[in-house]
Design a binder for this molecule. Structure first.
Ligand code: SF4
Length: 599
Protein backbone atom coordinates (compact mmCIF):
# COMPACT_ATOMS: atom_id res chain seq x y z
CA UNK A 1 0.00 0.00 0.00
CA UNK A 2 2.73 2.37 1.17
CA UNK A 3 4.86 1.40 -1.82
CA UNK A 4 2.02 2.05 -4.24
CA UNK A 5 1.38 5.47 -2.77
CA UNK A 6 5.04 6.42 -3.16
CA UNK A 7 5.12 5.13 -6.73
CA UNK A 8 1.93 7.00 -7.61
CA UNK A 9 3.34 10.24 -6.25
CA UNK A 10 6.63 9.73 -8.08
CA UNK A 11 4.84 8.92 -11.30
CA UNK A 12 2.95 12.20 -11.07
CA UNK A 13 6.28 13.97 -10.74
CA UNK A 14 7.98 12.28 -13.68
CA UNK A 15 4.88 12.90 -15.78
CA UNK A 16 5.80 16.60 -15.72
CA UNK A 17 8.17 15.60 -18.50
CA UNK A 18 6.82 12.86 -20.80
CA UNK A 19 10.35 12.23 -22.10
CA UNK A 20 11.74 11.69 -18.62
CA UNK A 21 8.78 9.48 -17.77
CA UNK A 22 9.46 7.26 -20.76
CA UNK A 23 13.13 6.95 -19.87
CA UNK A 24 12.50 6.30 -16.20
CA UNK A 25 9.82 3.64 -16.79
CA UNK A 26 11.75 1.77 -19.48
CA UNK A 27 13.42 -1.57 -18.79
CA UNK A 28 16.87 -0.05 -19.39
CA UNK A 29 19.54 -0.28 -16.71
CA UNK A 30 20.48 2.74 -14.60
CA UNK A 31 23.55 3.60 -16.70
CA UNK A 32 21.59 3.64 -19.97
CA UNK A 33 18.98 5.80 -18.29
CA UNK A 34 21.67 8.17 -17.08
CA UNK A 35 22.96 8.50 -20.63
CA UNK A 36 19.51 9.10 -22.08
CA UNK A 37 18.61 11.70 -19.43
CA UNK A 38 21.86 13.53 -20.13
CA UNK A 39 20.93 13.58 -23.82
CA UNK A 40 17.48 14.93 -23.01
CA UNK A 41 18.95 17.65 -20.75
CA UNK A 42 21.36 18.70 -23.50
CA UNK A 43 18.46 19.07 -25.90
CA UNK A 44 16.52 21.15 -23.39
CA UNK A 45 19.56 23.33 -22.80
CA UNK A 46 19.98 23.85 -26.54
CA UNK A 47 16.32 24.88 -26.69
CA UNK A 48 17.01 27.65 -24.15
CA UNK A 49 19.76 28.99 -26.46
CA UNK A 50 17.57 28.70 -29.53
CA UNK A 51 14.85 30.89 -28.05
CA UNK A 52 12.49 27.95 -28.36
CA UNK A 53 8.87 29.12 -28.01
CA UNK A 54 8.16 25.92 -26.01
CA UNK A 55 9.82 27.67 -23.07
CA UNK A 56 7.94 30.78 -21.91
CA UNK A 57 9.88 34.09 -21.69
CA UNK A 58 12.09 34.33 -18.58
CA UNK A 59 11.41 30.66 -17.72
CA UNK A 60 14.47 29.88 -19.81
CA UNK A 61 16.69 31.27 -17.05
CA UNK A 62 15.22 28.89 -14.53
CA UNK A 63 15.32 26.06 -17.05
CA UNK A 64 19.00 26.66 -17.66
CA UNK A 65 19.73 26.75 -13.89
CA UNK A 66 17.65 23.65 -13.13
CA UNK A 67 19.33 21.71 -15.95
CA UNK A 68 22.73 22.65 -14.53
CA UNK A 69 21.69 21.33 -11.12
CA UNK A 70 20.22 18.11 -12.47
CA UNK A 71 23.33 17.47 -14.56
CA UNK A 72 25.45 17.94 -11.45
CA UNK A 73 23.30 15.56 -9.46
CA UNK A 74 23.63 12.91 -12.17
CA UNK A 75 27.40 13.17 -12.26
CA UNK A 76 29.39 10.24 -10.92
CA UNK A 77 31.68 12.66 -9.10
CA UNK A 78 28.71 14.15 -7.26
CA UNK A 79 27.51 10.68 -6.34
CA UNK A 80 30.90 9.81 -4.93
CA UNK A 81 31.05 13.01 -2.90
CA UNK A 82 27.49 12.69 -1.61
CA UNK A 83 27.93 8.95 -0.99
CA UNK A 84 24.64 8.22 -2.72
CA UNK A 85 23.08 8.18 -6.21
CA UNK A 86 19.74 9.92 -6.71
CA UNK A 87 19.10 8.29 -10.07
CA UNK A 88 19.45 4.73 -8.80
CA UNK A 89 17.32 5.65 -5.79
CA UNK A 90 14.45 7.03 -7.89
CA UNK A 91 14.78 4.08 -10.25
CA UNK A 92 14.43 1.65 -7.33
CA UNK A 93 11.40 3.50 -6.03
CA UNK A 94 9.71 3.50 -9.43
CA UNK A 95 10.64 0.09 -10.75
CA UNK A 96 11.96 -1.96 -7.85
CA UNK A 97 10.05 -5.09 -6.98
CA UNK A 98 11.23 -5.27 -3.40
CA UNK A 99 11.60 -1.98 -1.58
CA UNK A 100 12.73 -3.54 1.66
CA UNK A 101 15.84 -1.71 2.74
CA UNK A 102 15.13 1.24 0.40
CA UNK A 103 14.62 4.44 2.36
CA UNK A 104 11.16 5.93 2.08
CA UNK A 105 11.39 9.36 0.40
CA UNK A 106 10.49 12.22 2.74
CA UNK A 107 7.90 14.78 1.54
CA UNK A 108 10.84 17.19 1.25
CA UNK A 109 12.53 14.89 -1.29
CA UNK A 110 9.41 14.64 -3.42
CA UNK A 111 8.88 18.39 -3.27
CA UNK A 112 12.48 19.02 -4.39
CA UNK A 113 12.14 16.54 -7.25
CA UNK A 114 8.88 18.05 -8.41
CA UNK A 115 10.32 21.56 -8.46
CA UNK A 116 13.45 20.37 -10.22
CA UNK A 117 11.37 18.74 -12.96
CA UNK A 118 9.22 21.84 -13.23
CA UNK A 119 12.36 23.94 -13.57
CA UNK A 120 13.85 21.73 -16.27
CA UNK A 121 10.70 21.82 -18.38
CA UNK A 122 10.01 25.57 -18.09
CA UNK A 123 6.94 24.89 -16.02
CA UNK A 124 7.59 26.63 -12.69
CA UNK A 125 4.29 28.54 -12.72
CA UNK A 126 6.04 31.51 -11.10
CA UNK A 127 4.84 34.03 -13.64
CA UNK A 128 1.12 33.90 -13.17
CA UNK A 129 0.50 37.45 -14.39
CA UNK A 130 0.58 38.73 -17.93
CA UNK A 131 3.49 40.88 -19.11
CA UNK A 132 3.49 44.27 -17.28
CA UNK A 133 1.60 47.05 -19.11
CA UNK A 134 4.57 49.43 -19.29
CA UNK A 135 6.35 47.10 -21.73
CA UNK A 136 3.75 47.97 -24.36
CA UNK A 137 4.46 51.72 -24.15
CA UNK A 138 7.30 54.17 -24.46
CA UNK A 139 8.39 57.46 -22.93
CA UNK A 140 6.54 59.08 -20.06
CA UNK A 141 3.54 56.79 -20.39
CA UNK A 142 5.79 53.75 -19.91
CA UNK A 143 7.58 55.52 -17.03
CA UNK A 144 4.30 56.31 -15.27
CA UNK A 145 3.03 52.76 -15.58
CA UNK A 146 6.37 51.42 -14.40
CA UNK A 147 6.35 53.89 -11.51
CA UNK A 148 2.90 52.67 -10.47
CA UNK A 149 4.18 49.07 -10.57
CA UNK A 150 7.18 50.00 -8.44
CA UNK A 151 4.96 51.76 -5.90
CA UNK A 152 2.79 48.66 -5.69
CA UNK A 153 5.89 46.56 -5.13
CA UNK A 154 7.02 48.91 -2.40
CA UNK A 155 3.63 48.89 -0.67
CA UNK A 156 3.71 45.09 -0.61
CA UNK A 157 7.19 45.18 0.92
CA UNK A 158 6.06 47.77 3.46
CA UNK A 159 3.22 45.52 4.61
CA UNK A 160 5.82 42.91 5.52
CA UNK A 161 8.12 45.48 7.11
CA UNK A 162 5.31 46.80 9.31
CA UNK A 163 5.10 43.40 10.97
CA UNK A 164 8.46 43.78 12.66
CA UNK A 165 8.44 45.95 15.78
CA UNK A 166 11.57 47.93 16.57
CA UNK A 167 12.90 48.75 20.02
CA UNK A 168 12.85 52.42 19.04
CA UNK A 169 9.03 52.44 18.74
CA UNK A 170 7.52 54.58 21.50
CA UNK A 171 5.18 51.82 22.69
CA UNK A 172 8.05 49.36 23.00
CA UNK A 173 10.20 51.90 24.86
CA UNK A 174 7.39 52.33 27.41
CA UNK A 175 6.98 48.57 27.75
CA UNK A 176 10.70 48.18 28.39
CA UNK A 177 10.77 50.80 31.12
CA UNK A 178 8.10 48.75 32.94
CA UNK A 179 10.28 45.64 32.45
CA UNK A 180 13.29 47.49 33.79
CA UNK A 181 11.37 48.65 36.91
CA UNK A 182 10.31 45.04 37.56
CA UNK A 183 13.91 43.78 37.30
CA UNK A 184 15.28 46.59 39.48
CA UNK A 185 12.62 45.86 42.12
CA UNK A 186 13.52 42.17 42.07
CA UNK A 187 17.17 42.92 42.76
CA UNK A 188 16.47 45.86 45.08
CA UNK A 189 18.67 48.00 42.82
CA UNK A 190 18.60 51.61 41.65
CA UNK A 191 18.60 53.40 38.30
CA UNK A 192 22.17 54.39 39.04
CA UNK A 193 23.17 50.74 39.33
CA UNK A 194 21.31 49.93 36.11
CA UNK A 195 23.64 52.31 34.29
CA UNK A 196 26.71 50.49 35.63
CA UNK A 197 27.74 47.62 33.35
CA UNK A 198 29.47 45.81 36.18
CA UNK A 199 26.20 45.70 38.12
CA UNK A 200 24.73 43.83 35.15
CA UNK A 201 27.58 41.31 34.96
CA UNK A 202 27.25 40.71 38.71
CA UNK A 203 23.53 40.04 38.30
CA UNK A 204 23.46 37.86 35.18
CA UNK A 205 20.34 35.71 35.45
CA UNK A 206 21.46 32.11 35.40
CA UNK A 207 18.82 30.12 37.25
CA UNK A 208 15.41 29.10 35.99
CA UNK A 209 13.68 30.17 39.21
CA UNK A 210 14.96 33.76 39.00
CA UNK A 211 14.17 33.83 35.30
CA UNK A 212 10.62 32.57 35.75
CA UNK A 213 9.99 35.11 38.47
CA UNK A 214 10.94 37.91 36.08
CA UNK A 215 9.21 36.80 32.87
CA UNK A 216 6.61 34.13 32.22
CA UNK A 217 8.07 31.02 30.65
CA UNK A 218 6.35 28.26 28.72
CA UNK A 219 6.75 24.75 30.12
CA UNK A 220 9.27 23.95 27.39
CA UNK A 221 11.33 27.06 28.09
CA UNK A 222 11.31 26.25 31.80
CA UNK A 223 12.42 22.67 31.21
CA UNK A 224 15.10 23.64 28.69
CA UNK A 225 16.72 26.21 30.99
CA UNK A 226 16.54 23.85 33.95
CA UNK A 227 18.21 21.06 31.97
CA UNK A 228 20.80 23.42 30.48
CA UNK A 229 21.92 24.27 34.01
CA UNK A 230 21.92 20.61 35.03
CA UNK A 231 24.00 19.62 31.99
CA UNK A 232 26.37 22.55 32.52
CA UNK A 233 25.47 24.15 29.18
CA UNK A 234 26.40 27.85 29.30
CA UNK A 235 23.29 29.87 30.01
CA UNK A 236 22.76 33.40 31.30
CA UNK A 237 20.97 36.64 30.46
CA UNK A 238 22.04 40.14 31.43
CA UNK A 239 19.33 42.11 33.27
CA UNK A 240 19.42 44.64 30.43
CA UNK A 241 18.80 42.00 27.74
CA UNK A 242 16.07 40.46 29.89
CA UNK A 243 14.31 43.84 29.86
CA UNK A 244 13.97 43.43 26.07
CA UNK A 245 11.81 40.34 26.58
CA UNK A 246 8.06 40.68 26.92
CA UNK A 247 6.62 39.55 30.23
CA UNK A 248 3.99 37.32 28.67
CA UNK A 249 5.09 34.07 26.98
CA UNK A 250 3.99 33.18 23.47
CA UNK A 251 6.87 34.90 21.70
CA UNK A 252 4.52 37.10 19.74
CA UNK A 253 6.97 39.99 19.33
CA UNK A 254 10.05 38.94 21.29
CA UNK A 255 10.58 35.60 19.52
CA UNK A 256 14.01 36.54 18.18
CA UNK A 257 15.16 37.93 21.54
CA UNK A 258 14.02 34.93 23.59
CA UNK A 259 15.32 32.44 21.04
CA UNK A 260 18.70 34.11 21.15
CA UNK A 261 19.44 32.92 24.67
CA UNK A 262 16.68 30.59 25.87
CA UNK A 263 17.59 27.23 24.36
CA UNK A 264 15.09 24.77 22.94
CA UNK A 265 14.75 21.32 24.50
CA UNK A 266 16.12 19.83 21.28
CA UNK A 267 19.24 21.99 21.59
CA UNK A 268 19.87 21.04 25.20
CA UNK A 269 19.32 17.31 24.71
CA UNK A 270 21.31 17.19 21.48
CA UNK A 271 24.24 19.13 22.89
CA UNK A 272 24.40 16.78 25.85
CA UNK A 273 24.34 13.77 23.52
CA UNK A 274 27.00 15.22 21.22
CA UNK A 275 29.30 16.05 24.10
CA UNK A 276 29.12 12.44 25.19
CA UNK A 277 29.78 11.07 21.70
CA UNK A 278 33.54 10.93 21.52
CA UNK A 279 33.72 10.74 17.73
CA UNK A 280 31.82 13.97 17.29
CA UNK A 281 33.98 17.01 17.16
CA UNK A 282 32.24 20.05 18.62
CA UNK A 283 34.84 22.18 16.89
CA UNK A 284 32.71 22.59 13.77
CA UNK A 285 34.84 25.40 12.35
CA UNK A 286 38.03 23.34 12.75
CA UNK A 287 39.59 26.08 14.86
CA UNK A 288 42.14 23.59 16.15
CA UNK A 289 43.45 23.12 12.60
CA UNK A 290 43.69 26.85 11.95
CA UNK A 291 45.32 27.97 15.18
CA UNK A 292 49.10 28.31 14.82
CA UNK A 293 49.41 29.32 18.48
CA UNK A 294 46.98 29.44 21.38
CA UNK A 295 44.74 32.50 21.18
CA UNK A 296 45.18 32.97 17.39
CA UNK A 297 43.11 31.71 14.45
CA UNK A 298 44.28 32.30 10.89
CA UNK A 299 42.28 31.56 7.73
CA UNK A 300 43.38 34.40 5.45
CA UNK A 301 46.72 35.77 4.23
CA UNK A 302 46.58 39.14 6.01
CA UNK A 303 44.02 38.77 8.80
CA UNK A 304 44.10 36.95 12.12
CA UNK A 305 41.68 36.44 14.95
CA UNK A 306 42.98 37.14 18.44
CA UNK A 307 40.95 35.53 21.21
CA UNK A 308 41.89 36.98 24.61
CA UNK A 309 38.77 35.69 26.35
CA UNK A 310 36.41 32.81 25.76
CA UNK A 311 33.15 33.95 27.23
CA UNK A 312 30.45 36.57 26.75
CA UNK A 313 27.98 38.37 29.02
CA UNK A 314 25.45 35.88 27.64
CA UNK A 315 25.77 33.08 25.12
CA UNK A 316 23.92 32.97 21.81
CA UNK A 317 22.40 29.53 21.39
CA UNK A 318 23.89 29.00 17.91
CA UNK A 319 27.38 30.28 18.85
CA UNK A 320 30.07 28.56 16.74
CA UNK A 321 32.38 28.59 19.74
CA UNK A 322 29.95 27.02 22.21
CA UNK A 323 32.32 24.05 22.47
CA UNK A 324 35.08 26.29 23.86
CA UNK A 325 32.96 28.36 26.21
CA UNK A 326 32.89 27.06 29.73
CA UNK A 327 30.21 29.32 31.19
CA UNK A 328 28.64 32.73 30.79
CA UNK A 329 30.96 35.45 32.04
CA UNK A 330 33.14 32.89 33.80
CA UNK A 331 36.04 34.29 35.75
CA UNK A 332 38.72 32.00 34.28
CA UNK A 333 37.82 32.45 30.61
CA UNK A 334 40.56 34.99 29.84
CA UNK A 335 43.77 33.49 28.49
CA UNK A 336 46.77 33.94 30.77
CA UNK A 337 48.97 37.01 30.52
CA UNK A 338 51.80 34.83 29.35
CA UNK A 339 49.77 33.19 26.55
CA UNK A 340 48.36 36.54 25.43
CA UNK A 341 51.88 37.93 25.27
CA UNK A 342 53.00 34.96 23.16
CA UNK A 343 50.05 35.47 20.80
CA UNK A 344 50.89 39.18 20.43
CA UNK A 345 54.53 38.30 19.86
CA UNK A 346 53.44 35.87 17.13
CA UNK A 347 51.60 38.72 15.38
CA UNK A 348 54.65 40.91 15.78
CA UNK A 349 56.83 38.23 14.19
CA UNK A 350 54.42 37.69 11.27
CA UNK A 351 54.78 40.77 9.04
CA UNK A 352 52.11 39.57 6.60
CA UNK A 353 49.39 40.32 9.16
CA UNK A 354 47.80 43.72 8.56
CA UNK A 355 44.54 43.27 10.35
CA UNK A 356 43.70 41.82 13.76
CA UNK A 357 40.18 40.92 14.83
CA UNK A 358 39.96 40.87 18.60
CA UNK A 359 37.09 38.60 19.52
CA UNK A 360 36.53 35.54 21.67
CA UNK A 361 34.01 35.46 23.34
CA UNK A 362 33.38 39.12 23.81
CA UNK A 363 36.57 41.07 24.54
CA UNK A 364 34.63 43.98 26.03
CA UNK A 365 33.96 42.01 29.18
CA UNK A 366 37.65 42.52 29.98
CA UNK A 367 38.65 45.53 32.05
CA UNK A 368 39.49 48.84 30.36
CA UNK A 369 43.10 48.43 31.43
CA UNK A 370 43.44 44.98 29.82
CA UNK A 371 41.87 46.14 26.57
CA UNK A 372 44.02 49.24 26.44
CA UNK A 373 47.18 47.22 27.09
CA UNK A 374 46.33 44.85 24.29
CA UNK A 375 45.54 47.71 21.92
CA UNK A 376 48.71 49.45 22.93
CA UNK A 377 50.78 46.35 22.14
CA UNK A 378 49.07 45.98 18.76
CA UNK A 379 49.53 49.67 17.97
CA UNK A 380 53.29 49.22 18.47
CA UNK A 381 53.37 46.62 15.69
CA UNK A 382 54.09 48.57 12.50
CA UNK A 383 52.46 46.13 10.07
CA UNK A 384 49.09 46.12 11.89
CA UNK A 385 46.96 48.71 10.10
CA UNK A 386 43.56 47.77 11.32
CA UNK A 387 42.21 46.54 14.64
CA UNK A 388 38.70 45.20 14.63
CA UNK A 389 36.89 44.66 17.90
CA UNK A 390 34.15 42.04 17.69
CA UNK A 391 31.61 42.69 20.42
CA UNK A 392 27.92 42.16 21.04
CA UNK A 393 27.88 44.43 24.10
CA UNK A 394 26.05 47.26 22.25
CA UNK A 395 23.18 44.72 22.12
CA UNK A 396 23.54 42.76 25.34
CA UNK A 397 25.13 45.35 27.61
CA UNK A 398 25.18 48.86 26.08
CA UNK A 399 26.14 50.32 29.49
CA UNK A 400 29.61 48.89 28.80
CA UNK A 401 30.22 51.52 26.13
CA UNK A 402 31.07 54.46 28.37
CA UNK A 403 32.40 57.78 27.11
CA UNK A 404 35.70 57.28 28.87
CA UNK A 405 36.18 53.80 27.42
CA UNK A 406 35.49 54.99 23.87
CA UNK A 407 37.80 57.98 24.38
CA UNK A 408 40.57 55.67 25.57
CA UNK A 409 40.45 53.24 22.68
CA UNK A 410 40.07 56.11 20.26
CA UNK A 411 43.75 56.93 20.96
CA UNK A 412 44.58 53.96 18.77
CA UNK A 413 42.33 55.04 15.93
CA UNK A 414 44.69 57.12 13.92
CA UNK A 415 43.42 58.08 10.41
CA UNK A 416 46.04 57.57 7.74
CA UNK A 417 47.97 55.17 9.95
CA UNK A 418 45.71 52.77 11.80
CA UNK A 419 42.00 52.15 11.90
CA UNK A 420 39.95 50.82 14.81
CA UNK A 421 36.57 49.45 13.84
CA UNK A 422 33.78 47.82 15.79
CA UNK A 423 32.00 44.71 14.56
CA UNK A 424 28.80 44.06 16.40
CA UNK A 425 26.00 41.55 16.16
CA UNK A 426 22.38 42.74 16.09
CA UNK A 427 19.98 39.98 15.15
CA UNK A 428 16.64 41.72 15.07
CA UNK A 429 15.07 45.22 15.03
CA UNK A 430 13.54 44.31 18.41
CA UNK A 431 17.08 44.50 19.84
CA UNK A 432 17.60 48.06 18.63
CA UNK A 433 16.92 50.37 21.57
CA UNK A 434 17.73 54.00 22.45
CA UNK A 435 20.52 52.64 24.72
CA UNK A 436 22.02 50.52 21.93
CA UNK A 437 21.83 53.51 19.58
CA UNK A 438 23.60 55.71 22.15
CA UNK A 439 26.37 53.10 22.46
CA UNK A 440 26.85 52.99 18.69
CA UNK A 441 26.82 56.77 18.41
CA UNK A 442 29.66 57.07 20.95
CA UNK A 443 31.96 55.16 18.59
CA UNK A 444 30.69 57.04 15.57
CA UNK A 445 31.29 60.45 17.17
CA UNK A 446 34.97 59.57 17.35
CA UNK A 447 35.03 58.49 13.73
CA UNK A 448 35.08 54.77 14.39
CA UNK A 449 32.95 52.71 12.03
CA UNK A 450 30.47 50.18 13.43
CA UNK A 451 29.55 47.17 11.29
CA UNK A 452 27.03 44.42 11.87
CA UNK A 453 27.18 40.67 11.38
CA UNK A 454 23.83 38.98 11.22
CA UNK A 455 23.49 35.24 11.73
CA UNK A 456 20.55 34.23 9.58
CA UNK A 457 18.45 31.93 11.77
CA UNK A 458 14.82 30.91 11.47
CA UNK A 459 14.00 33.75 13.87
CA UNK A 460 15.34 36.41 11.54
CA UNK A 461 14.42 34.87 8.21
CA UNK A 462 10.80 35.82 7.58
CA UNK A 463 9.98 37.81 4.45
CA UNK A 464 11.68 41.27 4.67
CA UNK A 465 12.76 40.69 8.28
CA UNK A 466 16.46 41.19 7.48
CA UNK A 467 15.51 44.25 5.40
CA UNK A 468 13.76 45.72 8.47
CA UNK A 469 16.93 45.12 10.48
CA UNK A 470 19.23 46.68 7.86
CA UNK A 471 17.06 49.78 7.57
CA UNK A 472 17.03 50.39 11.34
CA UNK A 473 20.73 49.63 11.66
CA UNK A 474 21.63 52.27 9.11
CA UNK A 475 19.46 54.77 10.96
CA UNK A 476 21.38 54.24 14.21
CA UNK A 477 24.77 54.39 12.50
CA UNK A 478 25.59 50.72 11.90
CA UNK A 479 26.62 49.41 8.48
CA UNK A 480 25.40 45.89 7.58
CA UNK A 481 28.51 43.85 6.85
CA UNK A 482 27.92 40.08 6.68
CA UNK A 483 24.90 37.82 6.82
CA UNK A 484 26.06 34.38 7.87
CA UNK A 485 24.46 31.11 7.11
CA UNK A 486 24.03 29.22 10.41
CA UNK A 487 26.66 26.58 10.96
CA UNK A 488 25.73 22.99 10.17
CA UNK A 489 25.84 22.03 13.83
CA UNK A 490 23.36 19.30 14.67
CA UNK A 491 22.29 20.83 17.98
CA UNK A 492 21.14 23.98 16.16
CA UNK A 493 18.95 22.24 13.56
CA UNK A 494 15.93 24.13 14.97
CA UNK A 495 17.60 27.41 14.05
CA UNK A 496 18.99 26.64 10.65
CA UNK A 497 17.75 28.14 7.42
CA UNK A 498 18.35 26.59 3.98
CA UNK A 499 20.88 28.31 1.75
CA UNK A 500 18.11 28.78 -0.83
CA UNK A 501 16.34 31.13 1.60
CA UNK A 502 19.43 33.34 1.95
CA UNK A 503 19.64 33.59 -1.81
CA UNK A 504 15.94 34.32 -2.11
CA UNK A 505 16.21 37.05 0.54
CA UNK A 506 19.06 38.72 -1.31
CA UNK A 507 17.36 38.61 -4.70
CA UNK A 508 13.76 39.34 -3.84
CA UNK A 509 13.93 41.42 -0.64
CA UNK A 510 17.33 43.04 -0.07
CA UNK A 511 17.37 44.01 -3.77
CA UNK A 512 14.43 46.33 -3.20
CA UNK A 513 16.29 48.64 -0.81
CA UNK A 514 19.01 51.14 -1.73
CA UNK A 515 22.57 49.92 -2.14
CA UNK A 516 23.65 52.19 0.73
CA UNK A 517 21.53 50.07 3.09
CA UNK A 518 22.01 46.63 1.60
CA UNK A 519 25.74 46.64 2.11
CA UNK A 520 26.05 43.15 3.59
CA UNK A 521 27.41 40.10 1.85
CA UNK A 522 25.78 36.71 2.35
CA UNK A 523 28.37 34.14 3.31
CA UNK A 524 28.87 30.55 4.25
CA UNK A 525 31.79 30.13 6.59
CA UNK A 526 33.47 26.99 5.31
CA UNK A 527 35.10 25.09 8.18
CA UNK A 528 38.85 25.41 8.00
CA UNK A 529 38.70 27.40 4.76
CA UNK A 530 36.97 30.70 5.42
CA UNK A 531 34.13 32.60 3.82
CA UNK A 532 32.38 31.44 0.68
CA UNK A 533 30.38 34.20 -1.04
CA UNK A 534 27.00 32.64 -1.60
CA UNK A 535 25.87 35.31 -4.03
CA UNK A 536 28.48 34.13 -6.55
CA UNK A 537 26.86 31.12 -8.12
CA UNK A 538 30.19 29.86 -9.42
CA UNK A 539 31.39 29.31 -5.83
CA UNK A 540 29.11 26.43 -4.94
CA UNK A 541 27.10 23.63 -6.56
CA UNK A 542 24.11 21.52 -5.55
CA UNK A 543 25.36 17.97 -5.97
CA UNK A 544 22.54 15.87 -4.58
CA UNK A 545 19.18 15.70 -2.84
CA UNK A 546 19.04 13.09 -0.09
CA UNK A 547 15.96 10.90 0.51
CA UNK A 548 15.13 13.05 3.53
CA UNK A 549 14.90 16.14 1.30
CA UNK A 550 18.17 17.81 2.29
CA UNK A 551 20.34 19.24 -0.47
CA UNK A 552 24.01 18.43 -0.57
CA UNK A 553 26.30 21.28 -1.65
CA UNK A 554 29.90 21.35 -2.72
CA UNK A 555 31.59 24.60 -1.69
CA UNK A 556 34.65 25.83 -3.47
CA UNK A 557 37.53 27.28 -1.48
CA UNK A 558 38.00 31.05 -1.84
CA UNK A 559 41.55 30.55 -3.15
CA UNK A 560 40.56 28.04 -5.86
CA UNK A 561 42.04 30.04 -8.73
CA UNK A 562 45.22 30.77 -6.83
CA UNK A 563 46.12 27.44 -5.22
CA UNK A 564 45.08 23.86 -5.12
CA UNK A 565 42.75 23.42 -2.14
CA UNK A 566 40.03 21.00 -1.11
CA UNK A 567 36.36 21.63 -1.71
CA UNK A 568 33.91 21.18 1.15
CA UNK A 569 30.79 19.00 1.04
CA UNK A 570 27.91 20.25 3.14
CA UNK A 571 24.43 18.90 3.83
CA UNK A 572 21.87 21.65 4.22
CA UNK A 573 18.56 21.61 6.08
CA UNK A 574 15.48 20.58 4.11
CA UNK A 575 13.55 23.43 2.49
CA UNK A 576 10.32 21.56 3.10
CA UNK A 577 11.02 21.17 6.82
CA UNK A 578 12.04 24.82 7.09
CA UNK A 579 8.77 25.97 5.52
CA UNK A 580 6.89 23.58 7.79
CA UNK A 581 8.51 25.16 10.85
CA UNK A 582 7.67 28.65 9.60
CA UNK A 583 4.08 27.55 9.07
CA UNK A 584 3.89 26.07 12.55
CA UNK A 585 5.01 29.49 13.85
CA UNK A 586 2.00 31.07 12.12
CA UNK A 587 3.67 32.22 8.91
CA UNK A 588 1.88 32.15 5.56
CA UNK A 589 4.40 30.30 3.41
CA UNK A 590 2.80 31.14 0.03
CA UNK A 591 5.06 34.20 -0.54
CA UNK A 592 8.11 31.90 -0.23
CA UNK A 593 7.13 29.72 -3.21
CA UNK A 594 10.12 30.62 -5.40
CA UNK A 595 12.59 29.34 -2.77
CA UNK A 596 12.85 25.99 -4.60
CA UNK A 597 14.44 27.66 -7.62
CA UNK A 598 17.44 29.07 -5.75
CA UNK A 599 20.43 26.77 -5.74
S1 SF4 B 1 28.27 37.12 21.00
FE1 SF4 B 1 29.42 35.92 19.48
S2 SF4 B 1 30.97 34.79 20.66
FE2 SF4 B 1 29.42 35.54 22.13
S3 SF4 B 1 27.98 33.88 22.30
FE3 SF4 B 1 27.18 35.20 20.71
S4 SF4 B 1 27.97 34.35 18.81
FE4 SF4 B 1 29.19 33.46 20.48
Amino acid sequence: MERERTQKRLLKIVEISPVLKEIMLSSDGVEIKRKKIRGFLSEMLTATFEDDPKIPPLEWIMTRDAIGVFRNILSKRSERLAGYGLLAYVNDLLNGKDLKGVKKPAPGFLAELEHLFRGITGNTRIYSEKAPAFLKHEGQKAARLRSADLSRMNRTAQKFLDRYPCGLDKKIIRKRSVNKARILKHFGATEFEWDDWKWHTRHIIRGVETLSSLIKLTDEEYQAVKLAREYRIPFGITPYYLSLMDYEPGREKDYAVRAQVIPSLHYVEKLKELRERSEYSMDFMLERDTSPIEGITRRYPGIVILKPVLTCPQICVYCQRNWEIEDVHSSNAAISKDKLEKALKWIEDTPEIHEVLITGGDPLILSNAKIENMMYRLSRIKHVERIRIGTRTPVTLPQRITDSFVRDINHFHNPGKREVIIITHFEHPYEITPQAMAAVQKFRRYGMEVYNQLVYTINTSRRFEAVALRQKLRLIGVTPYYTFNTKGKEETDDYRVPIARLLQEQHEEARLIPGTVRTDEIVFNVPGLGKNYLRAVQHHDVISILPDGRRVYEFHPWEKKLFLADTYVYTDVSIYEYLKRLKAAGEDTAPYKTIWYYY
